[in-house]
Design a protein around this ligand. Structure first.
Ligand SMILES: Nc1ncnc2c1ncn2[C@@H]1O[C@H](COP(=O)(O)OP(=O)(O)OP(=O)(O)O)[C@@H](O)[C@H]1O
Ligand SMILES: [Mg+2]
Length: 537
């Protein structure tokens, strides 16, 4: 690395102006190369250390320091060469501190050829003791905001930082600004992602899938069996039934768990954009494609991609997806180059894909690729026995989150919830509880804290008494259906109890108990026997 401003360089520079130009162009070239390296360094500390070394090399400084500040102006990172931490606190470092603070305040560079000659510093003990001679201190600025300073000095030589050195170091500082700013942003983003990840892992651990209903137990068993395989999984179910929750459980219980889980809502992204979102694009592929962009398949490499609302995918994209599933190959939009990926595909649909196949909206060969394993999530109304469990789960969660201790429901609230059909499924139940806990003033949930959708299902019935009538009506309808069904079975088997029980899929004991409970007269279904006939006679 050529050192600018060194005596040897100066002699060379004076030789010919051609040599001078060549020298400058070499330096610029090197500066450019260093800048490129810095821009690709993502670790802030490493970046600062190599920037520090390069700055000392370029300038011929003896020592140096780069300091980055956070939003509250506190030192966030500090990297020094040939200055140890203790020294920084020493009184001898006072001048340097004053210079750094001035740059921080004025956002203007300071170049000193000889600090001993500057009236504001010459009397300071530190200048005399340290023989602090040459100093450069530059602000690091991004979008007009100062976020750091670069400090370089030399205690042996005065005038080592000539104007050309200052100019180069200044340009170098611009690279450092950009690279350090980017690295800080990446670090912020990474720590945000890590926090999210932690939260997600907590939330999507297997244990957080609540449900004891036999259908849910079956699903959880299946999830545990297939999670650690690469089989594609298709999850179908109404909105809010937990499709994404299951998809995450599959990922976080697989060997891919430390790699990305990338959810893509195929229904929310307009068709032409979805292709480039999934597969990426190269620069110039279409108007507005000003640079290459990685697609979700690339981002999800070695992890899992979750294609939500797959039913909304256009036929053309379905063909491209089929190819990835078959071969792991795809090309970015605007490119013919083949890329490979190793991504597990989990998809979800709130519409029955088989029905879409019948009307020609979904390709059957894709369907068979997607649903090597099929999971059908039942709506909440078909597993009402899980409602109290889910209720408790969300109550705990939102109590913690809102720092409350709501612990029970008023009887009217309980009645309303028992009667409600939850068209929005678990998500709706969760929202209802979140809302109620947020608004609750006591430790119980009163009915006025429920949304109108829950209270409105009794639109024609505004008072509790009438609501109770509705519930009773439901109970009596259920009772009637049960009696009718039992009678039908008895009718079909001419009153033969064990055959009728078999037909109803029940054991004889239970069947008998229902007959007794509803006081059903079995004899009326029996074919007239000889004795009966005789008796009649
Ligand atoms: N069995 C469950 N146990 C605990 N929480 C659940 C369960 N099912 C769903 N949830 C919660 O309900 C909300 C909705 O779930 P999720 O987003 O997985 O549903 P979805 O089927 O993907 O919905 P949509 O079709 O609307 O996208 C989430 O907050 C989720 O954590
Ligand atoms: Mg979803």
């Amino acid at each position: 690395m050529a050192k600018i401003g060194s005596k040897k360089n100066k002699t060379q520079n004076q030789t010919t102006s051609a040599n001078n130009d060549k020298f400058k162009s070499d330096i610029y070239h090197q500066l450019f190369e260093i800048g490129k390296r810095l821009l690709t360094e993502s670790e802030v500390n490493k970046l600062l250390y190599s920037a520090m070394d390069e700055a000392i090399q370029i300038s011929g400084a003896e020592r140096g320091m780069i300091i980055l500040f956070d939003e509250t102006n506190q030192i966030q990172f500090q990297t020094a060469r040939n200055i140890n931490k203790e020294e920084i606190k020493n009184p001898e470092f006072e001048v340097s501190r004053t210079i750094i603070n001035t740059v921080k305040k004025d956002k203007e560079p300071i170049y000193l050829q000889n600090a001993l000659e500057k009236s504001e510093y010459m009397k300071k003990e530190s200048v005399k003791k340290l023989q602090l001679l040459s100093v450069i201190c530059l602000p690091l600025i991004h979008q007009k905001k100062l976020f750091g300073v670069v400090y370089l000095d030399n205690r042996t030589f005065a005038g080592i930082f000539q104007p050309d050195t200052c100019q180069f170091v200044n340009e170098f500082a611009n690279f450092i600004s950009l690279a350090a700013y980017q690295a800080l942003e990446r670090k912020k983003l990474q720590s945000h992602v890590n926090e999210l990840e932690k939260e997600l892992r907590g939330k999507y651990k297997f244990e957080s899938i609540i449900g004891h209903h036999p259908k849910m137990m079956e699903i959880l068993k299946l999830v545990s069996q297939v999670a650690d395989t690469d089989a594609t999984v298709l999850i179908q179910g109404e909105t809010g039934t937990g499709k994404e929750l299951i998809a995450r459980a599959l990922h976080y219980n697989s060997k891919r768990k430390d790699k990305p889980f990338v959810p893509v809502n195929c229904g929310a992204i307009p068709e032409p954009l979805l292709e480039s979102e999934l597969f990426g694009h190269v620069r110039g592929a279409f108007t507005g494609a000003i640079k290459d962009k990685a697609g979700w398949f690339e981002v999800a490499n070695y992890g899992t991609i979750f294609l939500d609302e797959i039913n909304d995918m256009s036929p053309a994209l379905q063909v491209r997806l089929l190819r990835v599933l078959q071969t792991g190959e795809y090309s970015q939009v605007g490119s013919t180059e083949i890329c490979y990926c190793d991504v597990r595909v989990v998809s979800a649909s709130s519409k029955k894909l088989q029905q879409l196949i019948k009307v020609g909206e979904f390709r059957d060969e894709l369907y068979y690729r997607l649903n090597v394993i099929e999971i059908e999530l039942p709506p909440l109304r078909e597993r009402r026995s899980d409602i109290p469990l889910l209720f408790k789960h969300f109550l705990n969660f939102y109590n913690k989150k809102c720092n409350k201790s709501v612990s029970r429901l008023s009887s009217e609230t309980e009645t309303l919830l028992q009667a409600y059909s939850f068209p929005g499924n678990v998500r709706e139940l969760e929202n209802i509880i979140q809302r109620a806990v947020t608004l609750a003033e006591n430790n119980f949930i009163e009915s006025h804290l429920l949304p109108t959708s829950v209270r409105g299902e009794q639109t024609t019935v505004s008072e509790t008494t009438k609501q109770l009538t509705l519930i009773e009506a439901k109970r009596s309808a259920a009772k009637k259906a049960e009696i009718d069904f039992i009678k039908e079975c008895l009718q079909a088997t001419s009153g033969h109890i064990s055959n009728a029980a078999k037909m109803a899929g029940m054991d004889v004991g239970n069947f008998h108990r229902i007959i007794t409970r509803h006081k059903i007269d079995v004899s009326v279904f029996k074919s007239p026997s000889k004795s009966n006939f005789n008796n009649t006679d």
